[in-house]
Write a new protein. Structure first.
Length: 328
């Protein structure tokens, strides 16, 4: 029986994505300032418990792997799939379900990822929410505040204590007890489906689908600078429709998102430490170097040359600046 704890602080979404490589996810920082993340995870093979906290606006677009189901407990408010969710909301995310989450600073969430066979063995009370391919609005549950507080306290104690070293033969019993605790807490928190938005489901889903389609178009155009008009033309809709969908689902205008997305990609290249600031800026369609430096510093709290210098120093001092692999 094997397990793994991973508790660390991460600086920047590029480090987070490297830490969680293997997941089908993309992340883009949207609000200004250095971003730091506290990331705690426990991996028992068929059960992965993760607690994430960070302090900047960001967008996460992801899809769970086949065979995995996720319960996500929001300890802070979220804009998720176009819905404003209050703190204490419990979300269910099935395999291959593509979702978009926007942070409401600060971000504080606990996710429980469970393999299909393990969840099925826990009974219909917990597996029933995943039986059908339901829309995101049908996967949000109202929770009991007391049950949420007890679970959050238990998770905090778990990561503070970890498992005693040298447990040996007791490891299997300890992990079985942990699974039982997670199952009990989920059953206590899982209430009735909530109605998180007064907007009709048809209209909400339509704008959510349009925003997702626009994001796909934007992320396919890595080598070319894309405009809102280009995105609208590719989708066969008007620019106002794209702008309206983005405002309600992503929380920012498409123009602001595309600028942030290009800056995030440039930052990733700078952190790898290959190339010059000038070549990386031009590669990501920033023709005015002075304006690129200003926009970069405004978003990330440091100059592009500072990022590149730190990456090269890290590479020469400790080898590749990549961080340990992990799972969300």
């Amino acid at each position: 029986m094997e397990y793994a704890f991973d508790c660390q602080h991460i600086s920047g979404l590029d480090e987070y994505q490297e830490h969680c490589r293997g997941l089908q996810s993309e992340a883009v920082q949207l609000s200004a300032g250095p971003l730091s993340m506290a990331f705690d995870s426990f991996n028992a093979g068929d059960l992965i418990l993760t607690h994430i906290r960070f302090d900047r606006d960001a967008i996460f677009r992801s899809a769970r792997d086949a065979g995995w189901h996720c319960f996500a407990l929001d300890l802070s408010p979220k804009l998720w799939c176009g819905m404003d969710l209050p703190a204490g909301s419990l979300r269910t995310i099935g395999p291959r379900r593509e979702t978009v989450a926007i942070s409401h600073v600060p971000w504080d969430s606990i996710s429980i990822n469970i393999r299909h066979d393990t969840l099925a063995a826990w009974g219909t009370r917990l597996s029933e929410p995943f039986q059908a391919d339901l829309g995101p609005e049908q996967g949000v549950y109202a929770t009991d505040p007391g049950a949420v507080a007890r679970f959050a306290g238990w998770v905090e104690a778990l990561f503070a204590a970890r498992m005693p070293a040298g447990a040996g033969a007791d490891t299997a019993l300890w992990i079985a007890a942990l699974r039982a605790h997670v199952r009990q807490h989920l059953a206590a928190m899982l209430g009735c489906p909530a109605d998180p938005t007064p907007v009709s489901s048809i209209h909400r889903v339509a704008r959510y689908d349009l925003a997702l389609a626009a994001l796909r178009v934007i992320h396919r155009q890595d080598e070319d600078r894309t405009t809102v008009t280009d995105v609208a033309r590719a989708l066969g809709v008007g620019t106002r429709a794209v702008e309206y969908a983005f405002a309600h689902v992503v929380g920012v205008s498409p123009a602001r998102y595309m600028l942030a997305e290009r800056l995030n990609r440039a930052r990733h290249c700078l952190r790898i430490g290959i190339g010059s600031v000038t070549s990386i800026a031009f590669e990501h369609q920033f023709e005015n170097l002075s304006r690129f430096a200003q926009q970069y510093a405004r978003l990330f709290g440091e100059r592009p040359s500072d990022t590149l210098r730190a990456a090269r120093q890290s590479f020469h001092g400790m080898g590749s600046p990549r961080v340990k692999a992990g799972l969300d």
